[in-house]
Design a protein around this ligand. Sequence first.
Ligand SMILES: CC(C)(COP(=O)(O)OP(=O)(O)OC[C@H]1O[C@@H](n2cnc3c(N)ncnc32)[C@H](O)[C@@H]1OP(=O)(O)O)[C@@H](O)C(=O)NCCC(=O)NCCS
Length: 150
Amino acid sequence: MVSEKFTFGMSEDAKRIREEVFVEEQGFQYEFEDKDSKLWTLVLYLDGTPISTGRIEPLDPETYQIGRIAVRKAFRHNKVGTYTMKYLMNKILSLGGRIAVVHAQVDKMGFYESLGFKEDRECPRYYEEHVEHSIMKKVLKKSVKPKLKY
Ligand SMILES: CC(C)(COP(=O)(O)OP(=O)(O)OC[C@H]1O[C@@H](n2cnc3c(N)ncnc32)[C@H](O)[C@@H]1OP(=O)(O)O)[C@@H](O)C(=O)NCCC(=O)NCCS
């Protein structure tokens, strides 16, 4: 059975997955940040085993950045990443946000495109440590303009 757990701040399970995926597998040196203690963080579990993580960061009242999406190697290519993103996008909506932004590793852009994200061509690609990133965006909910009564 798959279950989800949101914590305000990074749980030990989220930390372990990020260490395994971003530090050991991908070779990032500066994986952890002070703000990790202040962001909503998700871990998905399969029968009690932690399998994926991700976090969200408010950029403005309607825009949230989804980041640190990681599925443990043994659980990839089974839509776990897709479910992880969907839980996080629903969390954004529940917090009153309507736009999701990701800073995608360029070779993972296909994953985000499969979820409806599009590259923001006004933002140049950049390097975070040794990996090229692209900023991508998805509108989760259209903005509703209030109707004027006069
Ligand atoms: C990227 C990642 C989260 C994808 O997770 P996943 O559970 O394997 O992905 P899904 O099974 O939900 O994939 C859904 C679709 O995304 C696309 N996709 C998946 N992995 C991809 C990749 N590495 N590159 C490009 N497209 C990819 C495919 O179209 C896939 O559909 P398909 O299975 O029908 O072909 C996972 O590979 C991972 O954790 N990688 C290491 C950490 C990482 O790089 N995180 C992203 C940082 S920006």
